[in-house]
Design a protein around this ligand. Structure first.
Ligand SMILES: Cc1ncc(COP(=O)(O)O)c(C=O)c1O
Length: 466
Protein backbone atom coordinates (compact mmCIF):
# COMPACT_ATOMS: atom_id res chain seq x y z
CA UNK A 1 0.00 0.00 0.00
CA UNK A 2 1.41 3.43 -0.85
CA UNK A 3 2.02 5.72 2.09
CA UNK A 4 0.46 9.19 1.83
CA UNK A 5 0.46 11.85 4.54
CA UNK A 6 -2.96 13.26 5.28
CA UNK A 7 -3.13 16.38 7.43
CA UNK A 8 -6.64 17.52 8.35
CA UNK A 9 -5.38 20.70 10.01
CA UNK A 10 -4.19 22.09 6.71
CA UNK A 11 -6.22 24.46 4.57
CA UNK A 12 -5.57 22.24 1.56
CA UNK A 13 -8.57 20.03 0.64
CA UNK A 14 -8.04 16.28 1.13
CA UNK A 15 -8.62 15.58 -2.57
CA UNK A 16 -5.77 17.95 -3.38
CA UNK A 17 -3.49 16.34 -0.80
CA UNK A 18 -4.06 12.84 -2.23
CA UNK A 19 -3.82 14.00 -5.84
CA UNK A 20 -0.63 16.04 -5.31
CA UNK A 21 1.28 13.38 -3.42
CA UNK A 22 0.51 10.67 -5.99
CA UNK A 23 1.36 13.08 -8.82
CA UNK A 24 4.77 13.89 -7.30
CA UNK A 25 5.55 10.22 -6.78
CA UNK A 26 4.76 9.48 -10.42
CA UNK A 27 6.86 12.41 -11.66
CA UNK A 28 9.72 11.33 -9.38
CA UNK A 29 9.59 7.75 -10.62
CA UNK A 30 8.71 6.38 -7.19
CA UNK A 31 5.52 5.03 -8.76
CA UNK A 32 6.60 3.59 -12.09
CA UNK A 33 4.80 3.21 -15.42
CA UNK A 34 2.61 0.12 -15.37
CA UNK A 35 2.48 -0.03 -11.56
CA UNK A 36 -0.99 -0.69 -10.19
CA UNK A 37 -2.52 1.85 -7.82
CA UNK A 38 -4.48 0.51 -4.84
CA UNK A 39 -8.25 0.24 -5.35
CA UNK A 40 -10.03 3.39 -4.20
CA UNK A 41 -11.91 1.63 -1.40
CA UNK A 42 -8.71 0.14 0.06
CA UNK A 43 -6.71 3.34 -0.12
CA UNK A 44 -9.57 5.29 1.44
CA UNK A 45 -9.89 2.89 4.35
CA UNK A 46 -6.10 2.76 4.77
CA UNK A 47 -5.92 6.56 5.00
CA UNK A 48 -9.10 6.89 7.05
CA UNK A 49 -10.76 9.19 4.52
CA UNK A 50 -13.91 9.01 2.43
CA UNK A 51 -13.76 6.90 -0.71
CA UNK A 52 -15.15 9.81 -2.74
CA UNK A 53 -12.01 11.78 -1.93
CA UNK A 54 -9.82 9.07 -3.45
CA UNK A 55 -12.14 8.65 -6.46
CA UNK A 56 -11.99 12.38 -7.21
CA UNK A 57 -8.20 12.48 -6.82
CA UNK A 58 -7.85 9.51 -9.19
CA UNK A 59 -10.22 11.15 -11.67
CA UNK A 60 -8.10 14.28 -11.71
CA UNK A 61 -4.92 12.23 -12.25
CA UNK A 62 -6.71 10.33 -14.99
CA UNK A 63 -7.84 13.52 -16.71
CA UNK A 64 -4.28 14.85 -16.67
CA UNK A 65 -2.84 11.61 -18.07
CA UNK A 66 -0.78 10.51 -15.05
CA UNK A 67 -2.72 7.28 -14.65
CA UNK A 68 -4.92 5.09 -16.85
CA UNK A 69 -7.89 2.88 -16.08
CA UNK A 70 -7.86 -0.62 -17.55
CA UNK A 71 -11.26 -2.13 -18.00
CA UNK A 72 -12.02 -4.64 -15.27
CA UNK A 73 -8.45 -4.64 -13.97
CA UNK A 74 -7.88 -1.40 -12.07
CA UNK A 75 -5.87 1.81 -12.28
CA UNK A 76 -2.22 1.96 -13.42
CA UNK A 77 0.54 4.56 -13.70
CA UNK A 78 0.64 5.76 -17.30
CA UNK A 79 3.68 5.58 -19.59
CA UNK A 80 5.78 8.70 -20.06
CA UNK A 81 4.76 10.58 -16.88
CA UNK A 82 8.18 10.20 -15.22
CA UNK A 83 10.33 13.32 -15.10
CA UNK A 84 13.86 12.83 -13.83
CA UNK A 85 13.97 15.40 -11.04
CA UNK A 86 17.48 16.78 -10.97
CA UNK A 87 17.01 18.63 -7.72
CA UNK A 88 14.68 16.24 -6.04
CA UNK A 89 14.85 17.84 -2.60
CA UNK A 90 13.64 21.16 -4.03
CA UNK A 91 10.24 19.62 -4.69
CA UNK A 92 8.63 20.10 -1.30
CA UNK A 93 5.42 18.34 -0.51
CA UNK A 94 2.49 20.31 0.82
CA UNK A 95 3.13 18.83 4.24
CA UNK A 96 6.77 20.01 4.26
CA UNK A 97 5.84 23.53 3.18
CA UNK A 98 3.10 23.69 5.78
CA UNK A 99 5.44 22.51 8.53
CA UNK A 100 8.19 24.97 7.66
CA UNK A 101 5.65 27.80 7.90
CA UNK A 102 4.52 26.52 11.28
CA UNK A 103 8.06 26.27 12.56
CA UNK A 104 8.55 29.93 11.72
CA UNK A 105 5.90 30.77 14.34
CA UNK A 106 8.31 30.70 17.26
CA UNK A 107 10.48 33.36 15.62
CA UNK A 108 9.92 37.03 16.50
CA UNK A 109 10.38 38.78 13.19
CA UNK A 110 11.11 42.53 13.16
CA UNK A 111 10.69 42.67 9.37
CA UNK A 112 9.86 46.17 8.24
CA UNK A 113 6.96 47.26 6.08
CA UNK A 114 4.50 44.59 7.20
CA UNK A 115 1.24 45.99 8.59
CA UNK A 116 -0.71 44.24 11.37
CA UNK A 117 -1.97 41.31 9.34
CA UNK A 118 -4.49 40.21 12.00
CA UNK A 119 -6.15 43.64 11.91
CA UNK A 120 -6.97 43.76 8.20
CA UNK A 121 -10.58 45.00 8.06
CA UNK A 122 -11.87 41.66 6.86
CA UNK A 123 -15.56 42.25 7.56
CA UNK A 124 -15.89 45.59 5.82
CA UNK A 125 -13.65 44.57 2.96
CA UNK A 126 -15.45 41.25 2.56
CA UNK A 127 -18.88 42.93 2.60
CA UNK A 128 -17.90 45.47 -0.05
CA UNK A 129 -16.12 42.86 -2.16
CA UNK A 130 -19.27 40.72 -2.12
CA UNK A 131 -21.49 43.64 -3.08
CA UNK A 132 -19.12 44.64 -5.87
CA UNK A 133 -19.07 41.10 -7.17
CA UNK A 134 -22.88 40.78 -7.10
CA UNK A 135 -23.73 44.21 -8.47
CA UNK A 136 -20.97 45.10 -10.94
CA UNK A 137 -21.96 45.36 -14.59
CA UNK A 138 -21.14 42.34 -16.76
CA UNK A 139 -18.53 44.40 -18.60
CA UNK A 140 -16.46 44.59 -15.39
CA UNK A 141 -15.76 40.87 -15.79
CA UNK A 142 -14.16 41.43 -19.20
CA UNK A 143 -10.83 43.09 -20.09
CA UNK A 144 -10.32 46.62 -18.82
CA UNK A 145 -7.97 49.47 -19.63
CA UNK A 146 -4.26 49.46 -18.71
CA UNK A 147 -4.52 52.57 -16.56
CA UNK A 148 -7.16 50.91 -14.33
CA UNK A 149 -10.78 51.64 -13.40
CA UNK A 150 -11.95 55.21 -13.78
CA UNK A 151 -13.92 54.96 -10.51
CA UNK A 152 -10.76 54.22 -8.53
CA UNK A 153 -8.62 56.81 -10.30
CA UNK A 154 -11.20 59.51 -9.60
CA UNK A 155 -11.61 58.65 -5.90
CA UNK A 156 -7.85 58.31 -5.50
CA UNK A 157 -7.15 61.72 -7.03
CA UNK A 158 -9.49 63.32 -4.50
CA UNK A 159 -8.18 61.31 -1.57
CA UNK A 160 -4.55 62.12 -2.39
CA UNK A 161 -5.28 65.79 -2.80
CA UNK A 162 -6.89 65.86 0.64
CA UNK A 163 -4.40 63.64 2.45
CA UNK A 164 -1.09 64.21 0.66
CA UNK A 165 -1.39 67.51 -1.18
CA UNK A 166 -1.02 65.67 -4.48
CA UNK A 167 -2.09 67.70 -7.48
CA UNK A 168 -3.35 65.45 -10.26
CA UNK A 169 -6.11 64.70 -12.74
CA UNK A 170 -7.46 61.11 -12.65
CA UNK A 171 -6.03 60.63 -16.16
CA UNK A 172 -2.51 60.95 -14.72
CA UNK A 173 -2.99 57.84 -12.59
CA UNK A 174 -2.05 54.31 -13.59
CA UNK A 175 -3.07 51.58 -11.15
CA UNK A 176 -0.23 49.08 -10.65
CA UNK A 177 0.42 45.82 -8.90
CA UNK A 178 1.99 47.51 -5.85
CA UNK A 179 4.74 50.11 -5.83
CA UNK A 180 7.21 47.48 -7.01
CA UNK A 181 5.55 47.19 -10.39
CA UNK A 182 5.54 50.99 -10.52
CA UNK A 183 9.35 51.02 -10.09
CA UNK A 184 9.76 48.39 -12.82
CA UNK A 185 7.51 50.36 -15.13
CA UNK A 186 9.51 53.54 -14.51
CA UNK A 187 12.78 51.66 -15.12
CA UNK A 188 11.44 50.25 -18.41
CA UNK A 189 10.16 53.66 -19.40
CA UNK A 190 13.19 55.80 -18.62
CA UNK A 191 16.34 53.69 -18.29
CA UNK A 192 18.75 52.10 -20.74
CA UNK A 193 22.28 50.78 -20.37
CA UNK A 194 24.71 53.52 -19.37
CA UNK A 195 22.09 55.83 -17.82
CA UNK A 196 22.52 57.21 -14.35
CA UNK A 197 20.07 57.39 -11.42
CA UNK A 198 20.73 59.59 -8.41
CA UNK A 199 19.48 57.75 -5.37
CA UNK A 200 19.46 57.90 -1.57
CA UNK A 201 22.06 55.74 0.13
CA UNK A 202 21.08 53.50 1.88
CA UNK A 203 17.93 52.56 -0.03
CA UNK A 204 15.95 49.29 -0.35
CA UNK A 205 18.21 46.73 -2.00
CA UNK A 206 15.38 45.47 -4.24
CA UNK A 207 14.79 48.95 -5.64
CA UNK A 208 18.51 49.28 -6.45
CA UNK A 209 18.31 46.00 -8.32
CA UNK A 210 15.30 47.05 -10.38
CA UNK A 211 17.23 50.06 -11.71
CA UNK A 212 20.61 48.36 -12.19
CA UNK A 213 18.96 45.44 -13.99
CA UNK A 214 18.26 47.89 -16.85
CA UNK A 215 22.00 48.63 -17.07
CA UNK A 216 21.77 51.96 -15.23
CA UNK A 217 24.39 52.96 -12.67
CA UNK A 218 23.50 54.40 -9.27
CA UNK A 219 24.95 57.66 -7.99
CA UNK A 220 24.49 57.44 -4.21
CA UNK A 221 23.71 60.50 -2.08
CA UNK A 222 24.24 59.94 1.64
CA UNK A 223 21.27 60.15 3.97
CA UNK A 224 21.14 61.65 7.48
CA UNK A 225 18.31 61.88 10.01
CA UNK A 226 16.47 64.26 7.67
CA UNK A 227 16.70 62.14 4.53
CA UNK A 228 18.74 62.79 1.40
CA UNK A 229 21.57 65.29 1.99
CA UNK A 230 20.89 67.57 -0.94
CA UNK A 231 24.24 69.40 -0.46
CA UNK A 232 25.85 66.34 -2.03
CA UNK A 233 23.85 66.55 -5.29
CA UNK A 234 26.45 66.55 -8.10
CA UNK A 235 25.86 69.77 -10.03
CA UNK A 236 27.25 68.55 -13.38
CA UNK A 237 25.44 65.20 -13.56
CA UNK A 238 22.56 64.57 -15.96
CA UNK A 239 20.69 61.64 -14.37
CA UNK A 240 17.50 60.17 -15.85
CA UNK A 241 15.84 60.67 -12.49
CA UNK A 242 16.44 61.13 -8.78
CA UNK A 243 14.86 58.50 -6.52
CA UNK A 244 13.70 59.60 -3.05
CA UNK A 245 11.53 58.41 -0.16
CA UNK A 246 10.91 61.89 1.32
CA UNK A 247 8.10 61.11 3.80
CA UNK A 248 9.97 58.35 5.59
CA UNK A 249 13.36 57.54 4.16
CA UNK A 250 13.84 53.81 3.76
CA UNK A 251 15.56 52.54 5.81
CA UNK A 252 16.92 55.39 7.98
CA UNK A 253 13.51 56.94 8.56
CA UNK A 254 14.12 60.70 8.14
CA UNK A 255 11.54 63.13 6.75
CA UNK A 256 12.87 65.50 4.12
CA UNK A 257 12.37 69.12 5.22
CA UNK A 258 10.86 71.66 2.84
CA UNK A 259 14.22 73.40 2.19
CA UNK A 260 15.76 70.17 0.91
CA UNK A 261 12.64 69.45 -1.14
CA UNK A 262 12.99 72.78 -2.86
CA UNK A 263 16.71 72.21 -3.49
CA UNK A 264 15.89 68.84 -4.98
CA UNK A 265 13.32 70.31 -7.34
CA UNK A 266 15.69 73.08 -8.37
CA UNK A 267 18.40 70.54 -9.07
CA UNK A 268 15.99 68.44 -11.18
CA UNK A 269 14.92 71.52 -13.14
CA UNK A 270 18.55 72.43 -13.89
CA UNK A 271 19.45 68.86 -14.81
CA UNK A 272 16.16 68.51 -16.72
CA UNK A 273 15.39 65.17 -15.13
CA UNK A 274 12.48 63.61 -13.28
CA UNK A 275 12.14 62.94 -9.56
CA UNK A 276 10.62 59.63 -8.47
CA UNK A 277 8.88 60.09 -5.13
CA UNK A 278 8.16 56.84 -3.27
CA UNK A 279 5.52 57.75 -0.66
CA UNK A 280 5.19 54.21 0.68
CA UNK A 281 4.12 54.74 4.32
CA UNK A 282 3.49 58.45 4.80
CA UNK A 283 0.03 57.96 6.32
CA UNK A 284 1.35 56.91 9.72
CA UNK A 285 2.92 60.07 11.05
CA UNK A 286 3.25 60.28 14.86
CA UNK A 287 5.24 63.45 15.44
CA UNK A 288 5.39 66.82 13.74
CA UNK A 289 3.07 68.22 11.10
CA UNK A 290 2.57 66.15 7.96
CA UNK A 291 4.57 67.45 5.02
CA UNK A 292 2.81 67.55 1.67
CA UNK A 293 4.12 65.53 -1.23
CA UNK A 294 6.96 66.64 -3.50
CA UNK A 295 4.59 65.96 -6.38
CA UNK A 296 2.39 68.88 -5.31
CA UNK A 297 5.39 71.20 -5.65
CA UNK A 298 6.17 70.29 -9.26
CA UNK A 299 3.61 67.95 -10.88
CA UNK A 300 5.35 68.11 -14.28
CA UNK A 301 8.61 66.75 -12.95
CA UNK A 302 7.68 64.36 -10.16
CA UNK A 303 6.52 60.78 -10.68
CA UNK A 304 4.66 59.84 -7.52
CA UNK A 305 4.57 56.18 -6.46
CA UNK A 306 1.97 55.03 -3.92
CA UNK A 307 0.86 51.70 -2.51
CA UNK A 308 -1.89 50.11 -0.41
CA UNK A 309 0.58 47.53 0.94
CA UNK A 310 1.28 49.33 4.21
CA UNK A 311 -2.07 50.98 4.95
CA UNK A 312 -4.02 47.81 4.18
CA UNK A 313 -2.16 44.70 3.07
CA UNK A 314 0.70 43.76 0.75
CA UNK A 315 -1.37 40.80 -0.42
CA UNK A 316 -3.73 43.13 -2.30
CA UNK A 317 -0.91 43.96 -4.72
CA UNK A 318 -2.42 47.34 -5.45
CA UNK A 319 -0.48 50.54 -5.93
CA UNK A 320 -0.43 53.49 -8.31
CA UNK A 321 1.70 55.87 -10.28
CA UNK A 322 0.91 59.54 -10.76
CA UNK A 323 2.62 60.63 -13.91
CA UNK A 324 3.58 63.96 -15.38
CA UNK A 325 1.40 64.48 -18.49
CA UNK A 326 4.39 63.86 -20.80
CA UNK A 327 4.73 60.24 -19.58
CA UNK A 328 1.07 59.12 -19.46
CA UNK A 329 0.69 57.54 -22.89
CA UNK A 330 3.93 55.52 -22.79
CA UNK A 331 3.22 54.38 -19.23
CA UNK A 332 -0.18 53.00 -20.19
CA UNK A 333 1.37 51.17 -23.15
CA UNK A 334 4.00 49.64 -20.87
CA UNK A 335 1.46 48.60 -18.26
CA UNK A 336 -0.50 46.90 -21.03
CA UNK A 337 2.56 44.92 -22.08
CA UNK A 338 3.30 43.96 -18.47
CA UNK A 339 -0.06 42.45 -17.49
CA UNK A 340 -2.88 44.29 -19.33
CA UNK A 341 -4.31 45.87 -16.15
CA UNK A 342 -4.78 45.44 -12.40
CA UNK A 343 -7.65 43.15 -11.27
CA UNK A 344 -10.94 45.02 -11.79
CA UNK A 345 -12.99 43.68 -8.88
CA UNK A 346 -10.28 44.58 -6.36
CA UNK A 347 -10.01 48.05 -7.87
CA UNK A 348 -13.75 48.61 -7.50
CA UNK A 349 -13.67 47.25 -3.95
CA UNK A 350 -10.92 49.60 -2.86
CA UNK A 351 -12.61 52.52 -4.63
CA UNK A 352 -15.72 51.99 -2.49
CA UNK A 353 -13.61 51.38 0.57
CA UNK A 354 -12.09 54.84 0.11
CA UNK A 355 -15.31 56.54 -1.00
CA UNK A 356 -17.18 55.37 2.11
CA UNK A 357 -14.34 56.67 4.29
CA UNK A 358 -13.37 53.23 5.60
CA UNK A 359 -9.76 53.81 4.59
CA UNK A 360 -9.44 57.02 6.59
CA UNK A 361 -11.08 55.39 9.61
CA UNK A 362 -8.79 52.37 9.30
CA UNK A 363 -5.73 54.62 9.11
CA UNK A 364 -6.82 56.55 12.21
CA UNK A 365 -7.39 53.33 14.14
CA UNK A 366 -4.10 51.77 13.02
CA UNK A 367 -2.12 54.91 13.70
CA UNK A 368 -2.97 54.67 17.40
CA UNK A 369 -2.06 50.97 17.49
CA UNK A 370 1.21 51.47 15.64
CA UNK A 371 2.10 54.42 17.83
CA UNK A 372 1.67 52.14 20.89
CA UNK A 373 3.95 49.53 19.26
CA UNK A 374 6.52 52.15 18.34
CA UNK A 375 6.61 53.40 21.95
CA UNK A 376 6.93 49.84 23.17
CA UNK A 377 10.00 49.23 20.96
CA UNK A 378 11.54 52.47 22.26
CA UNK A 379 10.83 51.55 25.88
CA UNK A 380 12.09 47.96 25.61
CA UNK A 381 15.25 49.00 23.74
CA UNK A 382 16.04 51.70 26.28
CA UNK A 383 15.44 49.34 29.22
CA UNK A 384 17.56 46.62 27.64
CA UNK A 385 20.45 48.62 26.25
CA UNK A 386 20.38 52.04 27.97
CA UNK A 387 23.00 54.45 26.66
CA UNK A 388 24.45 51.92 24.26
CA UNK A 389 21.55 52.27 21.85
CA UNK A 390 20.45 55.29 19.84
CA UNK A 391 16.95 55.21 18.35
CA UNK A 392 15.98 57.22 15.28
CA UNK A 393 13.74 57.42 12.24
CA UNK A 394 10.48 56.71 14.04
CA UNK A 395 8.42 59.86 13.53
CA UNK A 396 6.56 58.08 10.70
CA UNK A 397 5.88 54.61 9.40
CA UNK A 398 6.20 51.08 10.67
CA UNK A 399 9.88 50.73 11.56
CA UNK A 400 12.69 52.47 13.40
CA UNK A 401 16.47 52.33 13.46
CA UNK A 402 18.44 51.10 16.46
CA UNK A 403 22.09 52.10 16.38
CA UNK A 404 24.36 50.21 18.80
CA UNK A 405 27.68 51.36 20.19
CA UNK A 406 30.58 49.05 19.33
CA UNK A 407 28.49 46.55 17.39
CA UNK A 408 28.57 45.35 13.81
CA UNK A 409 25.62 43.70 12.08
CA UNK A 410 26.20 41.84 8.84
CA UNK A 411 23.87 39.42 7.06
CA UNK A 412 25.89 36.63 8.70
CA UNK A 413 25.65 38.01 12.26
CA UNK A 414 21.90 38.51 12.06
CA UNK A 415 21.49 35.00 10.60
CA UNK A 416 23.39 33.63 13.62
CA UNK A 417 21.22 35.65 16.05
CA UNK A 418 18.13 34.30 14.31
CA UNK A 419 19.34 30.70 14.51
CA UNK A 420 20.42 30.82 18.13
CA UNK A 421 17.87 33.20 19.64
CA UNK A 422 14.87 33.02 17.26
CA UNK A 423 14.68 36.76 16.71
CA UNK A 424 14.98 38.26 13.25
CA UNK A 425 16.49 41.71 12.78
CA UNK A 426 17.65 43.43 9.60
CA UNK A 427 20.99 45.21 9.10
CA UNK A 428 20.90 48.64 7.45
CA UNK A 429 24.19 47.71 5.78
CA UNK A 430 22.28 45.24 3.58
CA UNK A 431 20.67 48.22 1.84
CA UNK A 432 23.82 50.38 1.68
CA UNK A 433 25.40 51.23 -1.67
CA UNK A 434 28.65 52.54 -0.15
CA UNK A 435 29.47 49.73 2.25
CA UNK A 436 30.93 50.20 5.72
CA UNK A 437 29.04 53.28 6.95
CA UNK A 438 26.00 51.76 8.69
CA UNK A 439 27.30 48.52 10.17
CA UNK A 440 26.13 49.28 13.71
CA UNK A 441 22.48 49.91 12.75
CA UNK A 442 19.54 47.56 12.47
CA UNK A 443 16.03 48.07 11.14
CA UNK A 444 13.27 47.05 13.55
CA UNK A 445 9.84 46.80 11.96
CA UNK A 446 7.02 46.66 14.51
CA UNK A 447 3.81 46.86 12.40
CA UNK A 448 2.96 43.18 12.70
CA UNK A 449 4.12 42.56 16.29
CA UNK A 450 2.03 42.84 19.45
CA UNK A 451 3.45 44.73 22.45
CA UNK A 452 4.12 41.35 24.14
CA UNK A 453 5.97 40.06 21.09
CA UNK A 454 8.02 43.25 20.99
CA UNK A 455 9.00 42.79 24.64
CA UNK A 456 9.93 39.15 24.03
CA UNK A 457 11.84 40.02 20.84
CA UNK A 458 13.94 42.70 22.53
CA UNK A 459 14.59 40.36 25.49
CA UNK A 460 15.92 37.79 23.03
CA UNK A 461 18.01 40.43 21.32
CA UNK A 462 19.47 41.40 24.66
CA UNK A 463 20.44 37.80 25.34
CA UNK A 464 22.03 37.61 21.89
CA UNK A 465 24.06 40.78 22.38
CA UNK A 466 25.31 40.43 25.96
C1 LIG B 1 10.88 51.68 0.10
C2 LIG B 1 9.71 50.85 -0.30
N1 LIG B 1 8.81 51.36 -1.13
C3 LIG B 1 7.70 50.69 -1.47
C4 LIG B 1 7.45 49.43 -1.01
C5 LIG B 1 6.12 48.79 -1.32
O1 LIG B 1 6.12 47.78 -2.20
P1 LIG B 1 4.78 47.18 -2.74
O2 LIG B 1 3.77 48.26 -2.90
O3 LIG B 1 5.17 46.58 -4.07
O4 LIG B 1 4.29 46.14 -1.79
C6 LIG B 1 8.38 48.82 -0.19
C7 LIG B 1 8.15 47.45 0.28
O5 LIG B 1 8.54 47.03 1.35
C8 LIG B 1 9.53 49.56 0.19
O6 LIG B 1 10.45 49.05 1.03
Amino acid sequence: MIWLEIDRTMDIPLIRQVYEQIRIRILDGELMAGEKLPPTRELASHLGISRNVVIEAYEQLLAEGYIEARQGSGTYVAEGAFLNQQKKKDVLSFVEIHQSEENANDVIDFRSGIPALNLFPRNTWGKIAKEVCLNAANSVFGYGYPEGRAELRYILSQYLKRMRGVDCHPDQIVITSGATQGFTLIANLLLSAGDEVIIEDPITFEIQRIFTSKGASLYPIPVDEQGMQTDFLPQKKKPKFIFVTPSHQFPLGGTLPIQRRIELIQFARNADCFIVEDDYDSEFRYQGAPISSLQGLDPDRVIYVGTFSKILSPALRLGYLILPPSLIKQSKDLKWYMDLHAPSLEQLTIARFIEEKHLERHIQKMKKIYDGRRKQVRKCLTEAFGETVHISGDSTGLHLIAEFKNRQFTDQTVAKIMKEHKVKIYPVEHHAIQKGVHQNKVILGYGNLSTEEIQEGIDRLKQALV
